[in-house]
Design a protein around this ligand. Structure first.
Ligand SMILES: Cc1cc2nc3c(=O)[nH]c(=O)nc-3n(C[C@H](O)[C@H](O)[C@H](O)COP(=O)(O)OP(=O)(O)OC[C@H]3O[C@@H](n4cnc5c(N)ncnc54)[C@H](O)[C@@H]3O)c2cc1C
Length: 294
């Protein structure tokens, strides 16, 4: 199919892009990598009358460290750069670990972090990673700018707290605490497909090996990244063990409410979540410097 007719402008500055969005409101759509927007336009699921192309705004594509240790990522930074850049691997390795799971390399060459976060697909990796890491997004419109925490941003199926005139310009990712391990695992039927389900895990331990905090965030287990809190409480203040990880995973399995689809029943998706949770915690614990007794 072909998209409905639309006008196209590629502004030379962020200020001009902001002006255009203020003028046209939800009639306009920002074009970043186009990897989600263009297919949706071709299927006429969205019919903007104006595309505001951000691709000339080279100053929205960067990676740098802030004085407070946050990793700052420009909204137009491509998936491929997040996957390969050593600064990301050093300061936010969970991002580097998840990126190869995002679609295929051709799509990662074009797709951007800003586009993925704004699109808010429940099966997308980056929203889950940002919620796990406590990331936040700087958005701008004509009235100024504000920061939105990832945990507050995703509000429903393809629904965010970002207004139709707002542009994500920057993403800030705080450093992980000392003695924290991370892991991202997912299961897709074929390499590059959207995952049936996936999970990101963080686990911190103290000098005695006791778990001081734990986090599990699931992909494609609901309308947006799903944080499982009750299950992770089982492990805090405890010395991790195989049995404990299994208990946490069973508790997560019981809590999650994924939607059945043509490839998997709810029972299968929950079971998958349990298996992936144990794998994710095992890896995170090892990376935190922990080792099972005996
Ligand atoms: C075959 C296929 C497989 C895919 N598989 C996966 C996958 O496994 N995992 C995954 O995560 N993704 C997957 N994707 C999606 C891909 O990662 C997209 O790149 C991403 O979702 C959107 O990024 P984009 O830069 O292409 O955004 P676009 O498609 O250009 O825009 C998406 C939406 O975000 C808005 N937008 C863009 N930039 C901004 C901004 N700076 N501020 C505010 N709003 C903005 C647009 O107006 C639009 O509504 C797949 C895509 C395809 C075609």
């Amino acid at each position: 199919m072909k998209p409905a007719p639309f006008d196209y402008i590629a502004p030379d500055s962020l200020a001009q892009a902001i002006e255009l969005m203020a003028e046209h409101g939800d009639e306009a759509k920002l074009l970043a990598g186009g990897q989600s927007l263009i297919p949706a336009m071709n299927f006429r699921l969205v019919q903007p009358t104006l595309l505001v192309d951000l691709n000339k705004l080279a100053d929205l594509e960067y990676l740098r460290l802030a004085a407070n240790g946050d990793l700052l990522i420009g909204a137009m930074t491509r998936h491929r750069r997040l996957e390969r850049d050593p600064l990301v691997a050093e300061h936010a390795p969970l991002i580097s670990e998840a990126m190869p799971f995002v679609a295929h390399s051709q799509i990662r060459n074009r797709g951007t972090i800003g586009g993925s976060l704004a699109h808010a697909d429940p099966a997308a990796e980056l929203p889950v990673i940002m919620v796990t890491l406590g990331g936040r997004f700087r958005v701008q419109d004509k009235s100024g700018e504000r920061w939105i925490y990832a945990a507050d941003c995703f509000q429903g199926l393809f629904l965010t707290d970002i207004g139709p005139e707002e542009i994500i310009v920057e993403i800030a990712v705080p450093p992980m605490a000392k003695n924290t391990g991370y892991s991202f695992v997912e299961f897709a039927r074929r390499q590059g497909d959207y995952a049936l389900i996936g999970v990101a895990a963080l686990l911190s331990i103290d000098e005695s090996g006791k778990c001081t905090s734990a986090r599990l965030v699931y992909l494609n287990a609901g309308d947006y990244p799903v944080i499982v809190e009750g299950a992770t409480e089982l492990i805090v203040d405890e010395i991790p063990s195989v049995t404990l990880f299994q208990k946490v995973a069973e508790a997560a399995e019981a809590t999650l409410q994924p939607t059945a689809n043509i490839h998997a029943s709810v029972a299968y998706l929950r079971q998958l979540a349990r298996v992936l949770t144990v794998r994710a915690f095992n890896k995170a614990y090892e990376r935190a410097g922990g080792a099972f007794a005996g």
